[in-house]
Design a protein around this ligand. Sequence first.
Ligand code: SF4
Length: 222
Amino acid sequence: MHTIRGLSSAPMQPKTETARRLALHVERLRACRRCPQMNPPVVSGGAVVSRVILVGQAPGDKEPVFGRPFAWTAGKTLFRWFHEAAGVSEAEFRARIYMAAVCRCFPGKKATGGDRVPAPDEIQNCSGWLAGEIEILKPALVVPVGKLAIEQFLTPQKLDAMIGKTFSAERAGHRFEVIPLPHPSGASPWHRMEPGKSLLQQALKRIAAHPAFQQAQGIGGR
Ligand code: SF4
């Protein structure tokens, strides 16, 4: 694994064809009931054509109610990060970045409290949806949020060794850059203490300056 610079040169398909394929993909995703232990409905951010994909872990119990990912407290923190680092509002972010996740359904609560971590077979089941999104969108940048999401793309390491850096990864026959973020939930204090605080700022700066993110926000050339 190594840090790289530059934007993937993979050609984007004509927008209408990409939009059509993505809309069909999201329609099928919303109908998925493959994991018996998961709680429907599937949570999707919608068919947003973008060369930036944000990958969360799994929805909590509020996201199905609001019908969108990162709809509650962790989302408030996440969108505040992007607003402060890149001047992007939550509405702009949702309209311009494709929001995926390791698992798209609420896993339920653990008997001891807190959300159940998706099982390996559920992660495997849902990985096909993510691979399909990468195949359709051919992203230049993927932003995994939280350890479970990061580990789908990068070899597990301590957050200190991963946050603030840019990596290269490949999925569905497509290579792209990966800039990981810590999970914004209050469960871990990592991003509120040094070196996490500074590394988080470095990561956000890298995302904000990435050509694909700027293009998605209408800042760079198309
Ligand atoms: S977690 Fe993913 S694979 Fe499992 S039922 Fe939900 S959408 Fe389908």
